[in-house]
Design a protein around this ligand. Structure first.
Ligand code: NCD
Length: 327
């Protein structure tokens, strides 16, 4: 075997201690973001391939920056320019990329299970950058890092009340966050119309989530006493072929949208999160998205730091000695 792959396919593969280690490493890299020289040498000579079959701004850019800040070579492949558009299968594409000896492949695909499939096929590390409506583990880790920094100065998320609001049914961000935040001890309210909450979702993490996740079908109930409000976009691209789940977007926005008024249901110091892209005036009012309680752009900054930690874990392991700053 050429490398020691530590895939990251699902948050379910990590225990709380491992999550905390990744967050601690992320803290180190976040501190680096404020330095004039942001680059370390730990992945010098290594190669990371970003293989994206779905649209992405934040995730793709931050994986590329993360690789470069650790001195790895980063190559980006977008679906429209890859041979899958000429009929090549995902596994054939992966085998061909593997033949070029990358150390890690970061993959985003509309098929839930794509990352797991690749992880079985190739020898290098595979990192899931979002697979269908299944999981988006690095988003959950960067969200946990953002919450830890702003809401949990002591470091523990134990007892924090986190509301996840919106299109839970189609959201890989929601699934990964439910698993991650509950493992870290937070309590979660899933808030949406019943039609957007999959039956049994509170059981996806077994006893841990059964005890910590509850469903709220009114925004007021979901937000009451919340420390964190995480809004989700309606994932219109995943509705194809489904019966309508709500009468129209305007109605959903009126009943489950976050405005300055509805934010008032949460704790006075609650923070507002969103994985992006935001749809202004739909799930979140511009005044809230741009307001003092929003940490949406901080999430983006954490994205780079956490993905540095995840790439380092995947390729070297987290016990690797602290790297030198690059000259
Ligand atoms: C999310 C995704 O792609 O799942 N975005 C992201 O990675 N920042 C959420 C979304 O697209 O709504």
């Amino acid at each position: 075997m050429r490398c020691v792959p530590r895939h990251l396919v699902s948050i379910a593969d990590l225990d709380a201690a491992e999550i905390v280690r990744i967050l601690d490493h992320g803290d180190r890299y976040m501190a680096l973001a404020g330095q004039p020289i942001k680059k370390l040498t730990s992945l010098r000579g290594r190669t990371v391939i970003n293989l994206f079959f779905e649209a992405s701004t934040r995730t793709r850019t931050s994986f590329e920056l993360a690789a470069k800040r650790l001195s790895a070579e980063a190559i980006n492949i977008a679906a429209s320019s890859s041979s899958t558009s000429k009929g090549e299968t995902l596994l054939d594409t992966a085998d061909n990329l593997e033949a070029m000896y990358p150390d890690a492949i970061v993959v985003r695909h509309s098929f839930g299970g794509a990352a797991a499939m690749l992880a079985k096929e190739v020898e290098c590390a595979v990192i899931n950058a979002g697979d269908g409506q299944h999981e988006h583990p690095t988003q959950a880790l960067l969200d946990a890092a953002t919450i830890r920094r702003t809401k949990a100065p002591g470091g523990s998320l134990e007892g924090l009340e986190i509301a996840i609001v919106g299109d839970i049914a189609h959201s890989r961000v929601a699934r990964s966050n439910i698993l991650c935040l509950s493992k870290l001890g937070a309590r979660i309210r899933l808030c949406a119309p019943w039609s957007l909450i999959p039956r049994g979702i509170e059981l996806i993490g077994g006893d841990v989530t059964r005890e910590r996740v509850r469903i709220a079908s009114r925004l007021e109930d979901g937000l009451e006493g919340a420390d964190v409000v995480m809004m989700l976009r309606i994932q219109h691209e995943r509705f194809e072929g489904e019966a309508p789940r709500f009468p129209n977007t305007r109605e959903l926005s009126r009943t489950f949208g976050l405005s300055e008024r509805t934010l008032g249901f949460a704790k006075p110091d609650a923070i507002v999160m969103h994985p992006g892209p935001i749809n202004r005036g739909v799930e979140i009012a511009p005044q809230v998205a741009d307001g003092p309680r929003a940490v949406i752009l901080q999430q983006v900054s954490w994205g780079v730091a956490i993905r540095m930690a995840v790439l380092e874990r995947a390729i070297l392991g987290l016990d690797a000695p602290v790297a030198e700053a690059a000259a």
